[in-house]
Design a protein around this ligand. Structure first.
Ligand code: NAP
Length: 250
């Protein structure tokens, strides 16, 4: 194994994914950044800030729910970086809506990105990780996958799927040196988090629900991800860790 640690982070253009990518770079990783081409330069700014640290950053635009695009991204990243120590499946979408009246297309879109996306990216990296006998898969689920809130049944289902997938995959690949764990953020101030935070009363209610007494920032999620991405967690697999300031106690 080479000394340079490498990680691919999906959905790294902003929010939690950008914080994870920068946080891993600060811990010495070269980072492959994934986003979907939305016509902004946000992901370029993340790459620039990593390069300023003297670490390598490369951008791979791909829709994680599209198998062909994922395969192209993974083989390009492996060609460039040589190996991938850690994969952080962070890309996700949330489209609110009550079950009664939820369009089938909304169910499919959310499940495709959040659940199938994690499967496709992970599956594409498994052969190279198995060959090396080393890998760290970190899946960003959500406390919403354990409890959930009204208008997010499909989102909750997608995140519960990610946790179930991770628990079983951990059993399949553990003997090949690969660990698979989930981080479940709580209410985090990002573009997505705003769905829960726009209304001041709702925001205050969420804040009051936390034992720590505040809404989270993207940086709050980084430490748990870095732990699961590192050798410090070598004997931990198939687990889910809530990073929510104390909302869910399980
Ligand atoms: P965000 O600010 O909306 O960022 C989402 C990221 O995912 C963006 O980088 C976006 O890329 C990317 N993305 C979306 N669809 C994609 C696709 N099909 N292929 C590749 N990339 C795609 O969200 P966030 O709050 O940081 O959320 C990050 C993760 O944490 C998600 O899995 C989310 O479910 C989870 N989470 C968030 C919270 C919260 O309160 N914020 C709580 C629990 C869990 P573009 O910029 O290129 O569109």
């Amino acid at each position: 194994m080479t000394n340079t640690r490498t990680a691919l982070v999906t959905g790294a253009s902003r929010g939690i994914g950008a914080a994870i990518a920068i946080g891993l770079a600060e811990r010495g990783y070269d980072v492959a950044l994934n986003g979907i081409d939305d016509g902004t330069s946000e992901i370029e700014k993340v790459a620039d800030s990593i390069r300023l640290m003297g670490r390598r950053a490369e951008i791979y635009l791909a829709d994680v729910s599209d198998k062909a695009q994922v395969q192209r991204m993974v083989s390009a990243a492996l060609n460039t970086f040589g190996h991938m120590d850690a994969v952080v499946n962070n890309a996700g979408i949330l489209i609110a809506g009550e079950v009664d009246g939820l369009p089938e297309s909304t169910w499919d879109a959310v499940l495709d990105v959040n659940a199938k996306g994690s499967f496709l990216v992970t599956q594409a990296f498994l052969p190279s990780m198995k060959t090396r006998g080393y890998g760290r898969i970190v899946n960003i689920a959500s406390i919403g996958g354990k409890h959930g809130a009204p208008e997010q049944a499909h989102y909750s289902a997608s995140k519960a799927a990610v946790m179930g997938f991770s628990r079983v995959l951990a059993q399949e690949v553990g003997k090949q040196g690969i660990t698979v764990n989930c981080v479940c953020p709580g209410i985090i101030m990002t573009e997505m988090g705003r769905v829960n935070l726009e209304d001041a009363a709702v925001r205050g209610a969420w804040q009051d629900k936390t034992a720590i007494g505040r809404i989270g920032n993207p940086d709050d999620v980084v430490g748990a991800v870095a732990f699961f991405a590192s050798d410090e967690s070598a004997f931990v697999t198939g687990q889910t860790l809530n990073v929510d300031g104390g909302i869910v106690f399980s």
